[in-house]
Design a binder for this molecule. Structure first.
Ligand SMILES: C[S@@+](CC[C@H](N)C(=O)[O-])C[C@H]1O[C@@H](n2cnc3c(N)ncnc32)[C@H](O)[C@@H]1O
Length: 213
């Protein structure tokens, strides 16, 4: 969901750094060939992920929710020369699509793809992270935070997508709406956890910026 008027969204795009052609191609191919292309971060959020990553210059990034690889490639733009990005997705049908773009990119030797449930894979990754992007199934956001907090480098940053969930976090919750309930729990958890400092940014569907103390 976009919370700003369309004209403001457009103005912001016109005055922000442009999407690289390689990523625009990935974006187009996702829209042509893959189900639910709305899941892809897209031009504006992608440039934000890229800039945050460049500011941090991480050695080690974890992404939960690869989808077609768009956000992974944005985050990889900030990696140090010897840095590694680990990216996990449960949907094995996306592997070849991701692989095609990762291999064609300048980060082909710096991206490690994992297929499977992130709750099982995260404990197996022997690394500490200075940047994490959580963008997978919403009911597991609290579990993902619990799994990664002990693997964060002090000063590391956790970004969490869709935390405003089209505004549903401030509306009455339907009994069957597990995702909104999980996000309400997650947002409260992060706001109250003394190990981190958190602000929610009203970017696209809500992007949380969390710094680990
Ligand atoms: C919103 S999409 C990710 C979009 C991607 N980060 C981007 O911006 O281009 C969410 C992805 O999470 C994956 N996913 C869902 N549950 C998962 C789980 N338990 N473990 C790992 N990946 C999961 C889905 O298969 C889907 O591809």
């Amino acid at each position: 969901m976009h919370f700003l008027p369309e004209a403001i969204d457009q103005y912001i795009l016109e005055h922000s750094v442009k999407e690289p052609e390689f990523l625009a191609k990935l974006n187009r191919e996702t829209n042509q060939k893959v189900l639910q292309p709305r899941m892809l971060s897209g031009n504006y959020q992608g440039r934000i992920l890229s800039l945050i990553s460049k500011i941090i210059a991480p050695k080690s990034i974890l992404e939960i929710g690869t989808y077609t690889g768009y956000s992974a490639l944005c985050l990889a733009e900030g990696l140090t020369k010897d840095g590694i990005l680990h990216t996990i997705d449960i949907n094995e049908e996306l592997y070849d699509f991701q692989q095609k773009y990762f291999q064609a990119s300048e980060y082909k030797n710096q991206i490690k793809q994992y297929i499977g449930d992130a709750r099982e894979i995260i404990p197996e990754i022997d690394a500490k992270f200075d940047l994490v992007f959580i963008d997978a199934d919403k009911p597991n956001y609290p579990a993902y935070f619990d799994l990664i907090i002990g693997k964060m480098i002090p000063g590391g940053v956790i970004l969490s997508d869709n935390v405003l969930w089209s505004g549903k976090v401030v509306e009455p919750v339907k009994p069957e709406d597990e995702s909104t309930r999980a996000l309400l729990k997650y947002n409260k958890m992060l706001a109250e956890d003394e190990r981190v400092e958190t602000v929610i940014l009203p970017i696209r569907d809500g992007l949380t910026l969390t710094r680990v103390k």
